[in-house]
Design a protein around this ligand. Structure first.
Ligand code: 2HG
Ligand code: ZN
Length: 477
């Protein structure tokens, strides 16, 4: 076992081993490995130790031990993040604090439509537990089989159901948080209305572990759908797809539960990754995966969808559509959509963008990027897709595997983000800043906003020990 531990840290590790148990303190390189890199293998760090506490009191004990010692803490969930927010630095002096063993469902209340879950619960299990209670937890995205509650809240994750139910922020009623000094904030109230001052939970959601450690959350539940209808709709352009979105919203209102835009290159990449042939809508430059769902079992939902599609065809908005005729086919459509990220990873290096612009600006934004990238780098392939209903586009660019790729990635980031800014958009809609976008955040957010964020950070994390270098630059940077 090879470990390099400073004497002062060594005493802390020994004491943590005594209080947490030896199996909760990983020191060996082979045991630590999976906690030291992100899912895409973009970021690589080192750790003094990986800690795996199993209760809020243990998390509090760790933070008390670290507070004022200079030892920094990097909270980690399912490690499925896309911005390196949970990967430690290369210093080897940080502690990774994995919440994976805090994985109990503490409460499900079907009358209150809420559940209380610990930070290490996996999203898919949360969805399943809600379903067993006859309810629905709407947050959903490709990595739901590994993403954990603490991680999806710390990144304020979005996914495919935001159009109807909002992002992780909107789905949270309360939090339990361990603060940097080890104090516990018991904020697990399940209230829909609470105007007693600042909304503290919103400080920790989306903070990527830089202000404290989320250990449990009270989440909102919804009625489960008794029927749904899924279709792939072919459009000639993003502008047409946008008209289709407006039509579905106008006609079907709150039944619309997903509207995912997929460009032909993204569709083909996913289909060939899944060894699926041939393309379902071969001539469509753009496709929208549309899902409509309701708790009402007597509505003729399929007919309603067919009517909207017919009006889109009549008005020349959509060119073609395939409506899933059974659950298996609907699941296959979703599998294509949710495989784009894995297909892209398998295709090699890429530079990712997770941007948002006002919904009406999406076509202009896509045109502008395609033109600018096309002019500067005609050889590069753009994989564009995303949550059109939320104005959130993933505009990823496949990179050549040569040595200049790093430099090219930075140049493409600047190019795309400058265009986003010109459309009054955001450089991260749902993946977060992590370590990947810190310099771009500093470049593009106003000095007033950065100063406010820094004041909040300093007020809550007085010793600068919580996940330094994520979201905001580490003080020494
Ligand atoms: C999705 O929408 C995820 O599938 C991942 O947010 C996006 O891989 C991406 O860029
Ligand atoms: Zn997404």
């Amino acid at each position: 076992m090879e470990t390099l531990i400073k004497p002062a840290s060594g005493a802390m590790i020994e004491s943590l081993q005594r209080t947490l148990g030896a199996d909760a303190v990983l020191l060996a390189a082979q045991d630590q490995q999976r906690y030291l890199t992100d899912w895409r293998g973009q970021f690589q760090g080192k750790a003094l130790a990986v800690l795996r506490p199993s209760s809020v009191d243990q998390v509090a004990g760790i933070m008390r031990a670290c507070h004022g010692s200079g030892v920094q803490v990097v909270p980690q969930g399912g490690n499925s993040g896309l911005a390196g927010g949970a990967t430690p630095s290369a210093s080897g002096e940080q502690l990774v604090l994995s919440l994976e063993r805090m994985n109990r469902v503490r409460l499900i209340d079907p009358i209150d439509d809420s559940m209380i879950v610990e930070a290490g619960c996996i999203l898919q299990q949360v969805q399943e537990q809600a379903a067993e209670a006859g309810k629905y937890f709407p947050l959903s995205f490709g990595a739901e089989g590994s993403a954990q509650v603490g991680g999806f809240l710390s990144t304020n994750a979005g996914g495919t159901a935001v159009i109807r139910y909002g992002n992780a922020r909107a789905l949270t009623l309360g939090l339990e948080v361990v603060l940097p000094d080890g104090a516990i904030w018991h904020g697990l109230k399940r209230l829909r209305k609470d105007n007693t001052g600042y909304d503290l939970k919103q400080l920790f959601i989306g903070a990527e572990g830089t202000l404290g450690i989320i250990t449990a959350a009270a989440l909102r539940l919804y009625p489960r759908a008794r029927q749904s209808c899924v279709a792939l709709v072919a459009f000639g352009s993003p502008r047409q797809a946008q008209k289709g979105l407006a039509r579905f919203k106008d006609e079907l209102g709150e039944f619309l539960s997903a509207y995912e835009l997929i460009s032909q290159p993204a569709l083909s990449l996913a289909q060939s990754h899944l060894h699926m042939a041939p393309a379902l809508l071969p001539d469509a430059p753009w496709v929208a995966l549309v899902q409509v769902a309701t708790a009402n079992s007597s509505l003729a939902l399929g007919e309603l969808v067919e009517n909207v599609l017919a009006s889109c065809f009549d008005d020349g908005i959509a060119a073609d559509a395939v409506v899933a005729t059974n659950e298996r086919q609907a699941a296959a459509f979703w599998r294509i959509r949710e495989s784009i990220t894995a297909a892209e990873r398998a295709a090699g290096k890429s530079v990712k963008h997770d941007v948002s612009v006002p919904i009406g600006a999406i076509p202009g934004f896509l045109d502008a990027v395609q033109q600018a990238v096309g002019e500067a780098h005609p050889e590069l392939r753009i994989i564009a897709f995303g949550h059109m209903g939320d104005g959130n586009i993933h505009l990823n660019i496949l990179l050549p595997a040569d040595a200049g790729a790093q430099h090219l990635a930075a140049a493409l980031n600047t190019l795309v983000h400058d265009i986003v800014t010109s459309f009054e958009g955001s450089i991260s809609a749902e993946h977060g800043i992590g370590q990947y976008r810190v310099s771009e955040l500093i470049r593009l957010k106003s000095p007033t906003e950065i100063a406010l964020m820094q004041k909040i950070k300093q007020a809550l994390d007085t010793t600068g020990q919580m996940n330094p270098g994520k979201v905001l630059p580490a003080p020494r940077d």
